[in-house]
Write a protein that binds this ligand. Structure first.
Ligand SMILES: C[S@@+](CC[C@H](N)C(=O)[O-])C[C@H]1O[C@@H](n2cnc3c(N)ncnc32)[C@H](O)[C@@H]1O
Length: 260
């Protein structure tokens, strides 16, 4: 097992130092991030004891703490945890905490949680073997019948989104150097070893509006993340109006899974 400390943890430490408790510290597209938080939050129950792995500066964990019993955030970046602690202290909430731990070693958390969430953390691991080890580790934190809420980036849907951009003469979006997307069929086969996949939630309509329509509308200007068209994309996603229609180009996908 090759841990992804060093360059990648240093990258996240730097992001935490630059952006502190800001939501953009772990994703530039804060509208898409709000959709992720909403999608996970809608699936939490009042009595859930949640472990959020790779939870960054606890921005999402703090919101989920409003709808469930308790939230334990962990992240391997000491700086993310430091700013997460500051955000938790400022919130005054007493049902959320954060500490340093790696998704590749969750022994200290084994069998303790009703639900484990993990949002865009596995894409930071540098091999599929590590990503699959991490899925085993996430599963190990659950009580029998517990649930995994996993949002990750997928190779096939990322490629389809870039294909669509090519058709309308938009340049390809390059993958960040520290990201390794997962293959959707292989991820689903891996999940099926220990979980049933109860639901897949895509953000395709948001991708269509923010990654295709908005850049075309503003060309030759550069698209902006907090553009009106992207807020429309959020509204369309929330309405459920076009749910599933653009799933093939949804780079990010939420998997709602129950432990077998
Ligand atoms: C893209 S950010 C996502 C953060 C947060 N889940 C969110 O929704 O924005 C990835 C996070 O995973 C953390 N991370 C990367 N590799 C990790 C590992 N091996 N163990 C724990 N955390 C890790 C990073 O420090 C960073 O905070």
């Amino acid at each position: 097992m090759s841990d992804n400390r060093n360059e990648i943890s240093e990258y996240w430490d730097r992001k935490a130092e630059q952006l502190r408790t800001d939501p953009s510290a772990t994703m530039k597209d804060v509208i898409l991030r709000s959709l992720e938080i909403e999608a996970v939050g809608a699936r939490l129950n009042r009595d859930d004891e949640l472990l959020d792995v790779g939870g960054g500066n606890a921005f999402a964990g703090l919101q989920w703490a409003e709808v469930c019993k308790s939230v334990q955030v962990v992240d391997f970046s000491e700086k993310m945890v430091e700013f997460g602690r500051a955000a938790i202290a400022a919130s005054g909430r007493d049902n959320v905490q954060t500490e340093v731990a790696s998704v590749l070693d969750l022994r200290d958390y084994a069998g303790r949680y009703s639900t484990v969430s993990c949002v865009r953390c596995l894409i930071n691991l540098t091999s599929e073997a590590d990503q699959f080890t991490a899925i085993d580790q996430l599963g190990s934190t659950l009580r029998p019948g517990g649930r995994l809420l996993l949002i990750e980036g997928l190779e096939e849907t990322f490629a389809a989104m870039n294909q669509a951009r090519k058709k309308v003469q938009l340049p390809e979006i390059q993958l960040d150097w520290h990201n390794r997307l997962l293959s959707q069929p292989r991820l689903e086969a891996k999940l099926a070893e220990a979980f049933t996949i109860d639901d897949r939630v895509d953000f395709g309509e948001y991708y269509f509006l923010s990654r295709i329509v908005h850049p075309l509308l503003v060309a030759p200007e550069e698209p902006a993340f907090e553009a009106r068209c992207n807020f429309v994309g959020k509204n369309v996603w929330q309405s459920g109006l076009a749910r599933g229609l653009f799933a093939p180009m949804s780079t990010l996908m939420l998997y709602v899974c129950s432990r077998i």
